[in-house]
Design a binder for this molecule. Sequence first.
Ligand code: GRF
Length: 191
Amino acid sequence: MHQLLLFASGKGSNVQAIIDYFSAGEKARVALIVCNNPAAGVLDIAKKHNIPTLLTDRVGFRDPEFVSKLASYNPSLLVLAGFLWKVPEGIVQAFAGKIINIHPALLPKYGGKGMYGAHVHDAVIAAGDKESGITIHFVNEHYDEGAVIVQATCALMPNDDALSLAAKVHQLEHYFFPRTIEFLLDQLQAQ
Ligand code: GRF
């Protein structure tokens, strides 16, 4: 049974989609949810599903002790599901090739520090793009610059605003993120 460590800062709709997707089978389980925001909605999701949570702050997140705490779960993947901090080098090195992130746009466009949530959708609309979408990628020590695993697109209509675009992007996220995780776990299994 693969152990997944999820990292989230917000509502946690992607965390919920991942919990739901793996809840029926025996392939993987969410062993821990790491969060940096005591008011995050994702903590309510963790409670509802009796999933342990680990609240961290900027100091704790960089502590070498934190790496060993994560390693103690023997995780197959570390999954950033709406986590707003850059992952410190110590964690990236310790779990090289095992950390993935989802970004609500078609990287390399609209990525980098500060590009999250409505900021991303506003930029895509302001640029007059005809499509947007999601990027699921490996995480390295730079924001949103790791190798791309999968991208999925949605059409942008003239009457779309940040809210309607966010809804389309979330739909893609909730479909592709759990399935991409399963694909990666199967790759690990096959090694
Ligand atoms: C998602 O749009 C994801 O692409 C981005 O953060 C958002 C998290 O949303 N990284 P939620 O907390 O999963 O609802």
